[in-house]
Design a protein around this ligand. Structure first.
Ligand SMILES: [Zn+2]
Ligand SMILES: [Zn+2]
Length: 224
């Protein structure tokens, strides 16, 4: 998972999964232009791209500060991931500053010039998993992270201009993940203007022609 949000004055990532650096470069985005990364939860497909983003910044002589905000335990897990993948790398010299920020549940918190409110959801990853509500440049983008259905999603998505929601399955119910039929059952409660589905399994991808809401794909772009 990797969502790039661009406003007039900044570029921000929401989640940075293992292949994010390759995807950014493939899309013609300079990774060093990203000032802030928000992490929903500490699974590799959501934060595992950070060691590569950090090391790429080091090699390409990045100078601008990198803010990384997410659940409690974030800095420790990123340091551990760096040490597993590239031993000695977490303490290496860098020309740029990394500022970790661990976000408290339910509290609107400033991260640079955006305001982020995390809501704890139902998923298991060794640290609190969050849905995120992000206020950027007068717009509100909500993101489910990974979770089975919980009313916290209503709090996160209420009044949002865009809600990006995981839809792992079409109608099969599994613990800790969402399916399209459950999302649609709660569509009116969510109170958001627009929903885009993501994090889809091959089961879900086989039903794309039946969907009543939009589904994301690699390179999908939206203007709010
Ligand atoms: Zn996960
Ligand atoms: Zn995931």
């Amino acid at each position: 998972m990797c969502i790039l949000a661009e406003s007039d004055d900044q570029s921000l990532l929401v989640d940075c999964g293992a292949s994010s650096l390759v995807a950014l470069k493939g899309a013609g985005v300079d990774p060093n232009s990203i000032g802030t990364v928000l992490i929903s939860h500490l699974h590799g497909d959501h934060f595992g791209g950070l060691p590569f983003l950090i090391l790429d910044g080091q090699i390409s002589k990045r100078t601008g500060r990198l803010r990384i905000a997410g659940p409690p335990g974030l800095e420790t897990r990123v340091t551990q991931a760096m040490e597993v993948l590239f031993p000695g790398s977490s303490g290496g010299h860098r020309a740029f500053d990394i500022q970790f920020q661990e976000l408290p549940e339910g509290v609107p918190t400033s991260v640079g010039s955006v305001t982020v409110t995390p809501y704890e959801v139902l998923h298991v990853c060794g640290a609190p998993p969050y849905a995120l509500r992000v206020e950027i440049d007068g717009r509100i983008i909500a993101y489910s992270g990974d979770t089975e259905w919980t009313d916290r999603l209503v709090a996160a998505a209420s009044g949002a201009d865009l809600f990006i929601c995981e839809s792992y399955f079409f109608d099969e119910k599994v613990r800790f993940h969402l399916d399209y039929s459950t999302i649609m059952k709660h569509r009116s409660e969510l109170g958001c203007r627009r929903i885009v589905l993501t994090h889809m399994s091959s089961d879900m991808l086989g039903h794309l022609s039946e969907l009543e809401v939009e589904a994301a794909y690699d390179g999908f772009e939206i203007t709010l």
